[in-house]
Design a binder for this molecule. Sequence first.
Ligand code: 3H9
Length: 678
Amino acid sequence: MTSPIRTERHDKVLVIISDNPPVNALGQAVRAGLTDGIAQALSDDSVEAVVIRCDGRTFFAGADITEFGKAPKGPSLPDALDKLEASDKPVVAAIHGTALGGGCEVALACHYRVAVPSAKMGLPEVKLGLIPGAAGTQRLPRLVGAEAALPLVAIGNPISAKKAKEIGLLDAIVGEDSLAADAIAFAKSKIGQPVPRTSEGTANQDGVKNPDIFDEFRAKNGRKMRGFDAPNAAIEAVKAAGELSYAEGVKKERELFGKLMTGTQSKAMRHYFFAERAANKIDDIPADTPLIDMKKVGVIGAGTMGGGIAMNFLSAGIPVTILEMKQEALDRGTGVMRKNYENTAKRGRMTAEQVEQAMGLLTPTLEYDDLADCDLVIEAVYESMDVKKDVFGKLDEVVKDGAILASNTSYLNIDEIAATTKRPGYVLGLHFFSPANVMKLLEVVRGEKTRDDVLATAMKLSKKIGKVAAVSGVCPGFIGNRMLSQRQAQANQLILEGAKYWDVDDVLLDFGFPMGPFQMGDLAGIDIGWHRDPSKVTTIREALCAVGRFGQKADKGFYDYDEARQRTPSDEVKQIIADFAAKEGNEQRDISKDEIRERLLYPMVNEGAKILDEGMAQRASDIDVVWINGYGWPLYTGGPMFWADTIGLHTVVAGLEKHGLPVSDYLRKKAEAGESFN
Ligand code: 3H9
C-alpha cells in the first residue's frame, strides 16, 4: 500500500505532506510516514528546516477514531510527536481547514505554527468522552497558559485562527491562498535559530499563581459539564501541567486518557459521533442523486416556529419569503426575529453587520403569490389536518413546478397531506424542534411517494443550515414524539398510582435529562390546549388549570416557584392528585425511584424496537440521534437504543414484564437471541 505521506524538497526545507482523505485522520500509516519524514530530515545534512502540511480539505482532524478500541499499532502518536519535537531543525506546522485533536497536538509538537485566516484549531476529544492523549493537555498550557487552555481542553469548541494567534497558539497568519509558499518562507527565516519546544514552555504557571481559576471555570461551566466524566479529567490534566514536571504531567494525562477510553461514556459518545454521520445517509438512495437547487425558501407562519425556521435559512445565507395572514402578526414575527439576532450579537456571537445581512435576506409578505418562485416552502401553521390541507392546496396552485412543499407537523400524516396536491412526490415533512433556530434536530419525514431527489436535497440542506437530520417514516408522532408519548403515559400513570411527581422529575434529572416531564409542563404552560371550562375536569392537568395553576408564568403549576424560579412541591397539588386518583379508583402506594426509572425508560426502548421493526427508522442509531438532539437524552449514555444495548436487552424485557408492560415481538426476539440494536 502506498504511504499517505510524501515529501518534497524546496531548497533547504523538507516539506512533509499528508494526503489521507477525507480528513487526514492520523491513522497508523500517517503516523509511520510522519516519523519517517522527520528521520529523513534529520539524516540529511542539506535539510535545515521542515514544514508539515496536508493536502485536501483540512490539516489533520485528529486521531483515527475507527482505530479506537482495537489493538494499537505503532508508532503511537505520542511517540511520533516526541521524535518530531526533539528535532533540532525547526519544524513548522502549516495549517488549513481544522487542526483538531491529535491534529492540534501535531501542531503543538512542532516548533512553530502558521495558518490561513479561515483555519480553526481545537481539542474536541472531550466531545468523544476523552481528553487529548498525545500530550496536548501538557503542551497547550505550557504554550498559552492554563486559563486559555481550559475551555479548549474541557469544553472542546474550536477557535478561529485570529483567536489562536491572540492566545499564542499560532505564530503567524499567512495568505489564504499561499499557505505552502508562506510556510516554507517562514521555516527558512528560522534556520539556524535555537528551536522553541512547547514542552519546555512556562506559560502554565498562571494556574499555579492563581489556582482559583480551576474552581471558577468549574462553577461557570457546571451546567454544560453535568454528568460528563471527561471535562473534569481535562481540568485535572491542565492543572497538573502547572504542578508537575512535563514527564510526570504526560504520565498523568495517559492515566486519565486510558481510564476514559475504556469507560462506557466514551464508547457511547463515539457511537454517537458515527451515528450522527450515518443518520444523514439514506440507505436506498445513491449518494450521487442529483439535487434540487435551493436558491429561495418560503415559510408560512411568522409565529415562534415559523420565525425560528426562517432564521436557519437566513443565517446560512439563503433568502426567505415569510407569509402571514395579517400585517400585525407579520410585523410582530419579523420583529421577534430581529430581536433574536440582536441578542445573539449582544452576546458577541454575531456582528451588527451580520444581523443586517441576515435580515436583508428576508421578504415579509401577505400574498401567497409571492411564494411562486421558491424552491422549497415550509408551512408552520396551526396543527390541524384541515388547515394543513387547505394550505397545501393553495401552495400547490401558486408555487412553481418542481419545488418542494414541506410540513412542519409534529404528528399528522404526511401522506394524507401530500394527497391533496398534484405533486405528492415533492411533499415531505420537515419537523423542526422549538426554538427552531437553536435546536439541532430535524426529523425529515419521508412520505410514501416522496421522491429520492427531494429527500436527498432535504438531507443536504439540513447540513447546510447546521441541523442534525434523521429520517422517519410516516407514523403518528414520527420517531421522537411517538416514543415520548410512551414516557408521558407512564409519568401520568405513575403519579396516579402514588409516585411523587417530583420523584418522577428527579429520576430523569439524575439520569441526565435537563428536566423532567412535570417541570417541562410548568415551563411550557399547563394550559396549552385547555378548554377553559373549570367544571369539566378529566385529567390532572385540567384539575390544575381549574385552580389557576398554569405553570411558571403563573408562579405555580405542578410546583410553587419563588422569585429565583426555584421549584418546591406543592401541598395543594399533592391533594389534587390524591383526590383525582381516588376518583379514578386508583389506590396509591409508595413507588421506588428504580421502578419509576424502569417504567419511564423501558417502554421507550420497546417503542423504539417497534419503530425499527416497522421500518419507520432506518437504523437504531438514528433513534439515538433523534433523542439526543431533540429531547435532551444524555449524550454520554449514547441514546435510548445504545443505552438499552449497554444494560442488555434481556434486562429491558425482564423489567417490562415485571411491571406488567407490553413487550414487542421484535424486542423479545432480539433479547432471546442475545443480540443488541447497534
Ligand atoms: C483524538 O485526536 C485523540 C488524540 O488526542 C489522542 C491520540 C492518542 N477519525 O464530519 P464529516 C470521517 S480524538 C476517523 O462528515 P465535515 C467521518 O466519519 C479525535 N474518521 O465532515 C466521515 O466519514 P463518512 C479528535 C473521521 O466536513 C468523514 O470523515 N478529532 C474522523 O462535516 C467526513 O466527516 C475530532 O474529534 C476521525 N478523526 O467535518 C474531529 N473525523 O463520510 C472529528 C471525521 O464515512 N471530526 N471522520 O461518514 C470532525 O469534527 C469533522 O469530521 C470535521 C470535518 C470538522 C473534521
